[in-house]
Design a binder for this molecule. Structure first.
Ligand SMILES: Nc1nc2c(ncn2[C@@H]2O[C@H](COP(=O)(O)OP(=O)(O)OP(=O)(O)O)[C@@H](O)[C@H]2O)c(=O)[nH]1
Length: 448
């Protein structure tokens, strides 16, 4: 077969010219159907394989026009292909829909080569056909299957992808249409430029992804990573799950899926918030305060900054409870916490760390700033009037202030603030004390 293909190729490319023996060789060895036609398109000769491949007994075809093989002998492509070869003396190649003697339609890949046949150098056409119907049917089935698969993938609430990394560069070799619902980006956009997607990652997430992919590439282990995107509609969380494979050139490929996990993340955060929140007042609880204060202190340590820390305690709260009842006391605690949140800045930490004891950690504030903020807070609390069953309830707050130095121990600084608070109580309540020697912002004293 290879020998014949090479001979055919030499012939077609004209390196050797039309070999007089070639048509005989093709008629003898070509594994498909071969016909030799005269310049009227009449069949002069066929090969022994002809009937098996063309589905026509040789005797029915010899001395008849070859176009009768065409599914449409009058207007089909066979007649046009022959016409082309005869007028241009150029070869023709293509797929023709032919009809077998039993009426079955078959796709035949067809090559037609004009040759000058000795001895009179009259024009002949050498026609070779090979039945590719099975191949075309398989191709059609594959295409239908692929179309079904693509539409199924498009319906998924996820995007599938193939990611390639070579020389540190990441590119999507494939991204399904689902990427648009997840990110607002078209699949083509992501395939053209992976950064159109990775550029949406919130700060630090890209680095986390690169580390995750690097670990996956080294150990050829699955990669699973939660990614947070900053989209115009808000924050969106995706989970990337992918399996790596190594290419021969040493680069790595991941086939994987991106799934929206925003709802799950939001629920997770809600639970985290609830676990870290005091149910009565909505302030942070003691555990969350210590965790978040430690994180803020680590950041402040890097910047070499100290942070003012205050303890707040309602004055004579027992008496309020005793006079108006525990429910009124609860209401007072809630109103107090709400006023504190209004007076503090959104990024300050505010927590209920005991019964009627609260703490505030002021971020990026000098001691003077803190005093001014807390003084406003003290005044706002003193100005509050709670109406409970016809009675106007007023109360005040005492504050103890300390400074959390970058390297200091949080518990012991809370102790300092507590001691300052004790002084504020002793000196008449409704005032701010501390740090040592810096008593300022004293209020009107205990109204009682
Ligand atoms: N209503 C209510 N009261 C609470 C809650 N937690 C603690 N308390 C009350 O807060 C009061 C705290 O009283 P004390 O520690 O004696 O102090 P105080 O009466 O505020 O007096 P000073 O702190 O000295 O001004 C107690 O009566 C507790 O029962 C709570 O969740 N709700």
């Amino acid at each position: 077969m290879e020998r014949i293909r090479q001979a055919w190729w030499r012939w077609r490319t004209g390196k050797q010219g039309a070999s007089p023996g070639l048509s005989e060789r093709l008629l003898a060895y070509y594994p498909g159907a071969v016909m030799l036609l005269d310049e009227e398109g009449v069949v002069l000769e066929v090969n022994p394989e002809f009937e098996r491949h063309a589905g026509y007994p040789a005797e029915q075809l010899l001395r008849r026009r070859a176009v009768i093989l065409d599914a449409d002998p009058l207007h089909g492509g066979f007649a046009r292909a022959l016409e082309h070869c005869l007028t241009s003396r150029q070869p023709w190649q293509g797929v023709l829909l032919c009809r077998r003697a039993d009426g079955a339609l078959r796709h035949q890949t067809t090559m037609i080569q004009p040759i000058q046949a000795p001895p009179d150098a009259s024009l002949r056409l050498l026609v070779m056909q090979y039945d590719v119907t099975g191949m075309r049917e398989r191709e059609l089935r594959d295409r239908q299957l692929l179309a079904r698969l693509e539409s199924t993938v498009a319906q998924l609430p996820a995007a599938i992808f193939r990611l390639h990394q070579a020389a540190e560069k990441l590119e999507f070799l494939y991204a399904s249409d689902g990427i648009r619902a997840l990110t607002g980006l078209a699949a083509e956009q992501v395939m053209d430029d992976a950064d159109s997607l990775f550029g949406l990652l919130v700060e630090g997430e890209r680095q986390a992804l690169e580390v995750g992919l690097a670990q996956s590439a080294v150990g050829l282990s699955p990669c699973q990573q939660a990614l947070c995107l900053d989209l115009p509609a808000g924050e969106r969380w995706l989970e990337l799950r992918a399996r790596p494979q190594r290419r021969r050139d040493g680069s790595t490929l991941w086939d994987g899926v991106l799934v929206d996990i925003t709802e799950h993340k939001q629920r997770e955060r809600q639970v985290e918030r609830l676990v870290g929140t005091d149910m009565l007042t909505g302030a942070l609880n003691r555990r969350a305060f210590f965790e978040q204060a430690a994180a803020l202190q680590a950041r402040a340590r890097r910047q070499g900054q100290a942070m003012p820390l205050a303890m707040l305690d309602l004055d004579r709260f027992k008496a309020l409870n005793d006079t108006y009842g525990h429910a009124a006391g609860d209401l007072a605690l809630q109103a107090f916490a709400a006023t504190c949140r209004e007076c503090l800045r959104p990024y300050d930490l505010f927590a209920r760390i005991g019964g009627e004891e609260f703490a505030a950690l002021l971020v990026d504030a000098s001691l003077d700033d803190a005093r001014a903020i807390l003084e406003r807070l003290r005044e706002a609390v003193a100005a509050m009037v709670l109406e409970v069953e016809g009675a106007d309830i007023r109360f005040t707050v005492s504050l103890g202030l300390a400074v959390l130095e970058p390297e200091a121990n949080l518990e012991s600084v809370l102790g300092d603030a507590d001691r300052a608070l004790y002084r504020a109580k002793r000196e008449g309540r409704n005032r701010i004390c501390g740090p040592k020697g810096g008593e300022a912002g004293a209020g009107g004293g205990d109204p009682r």
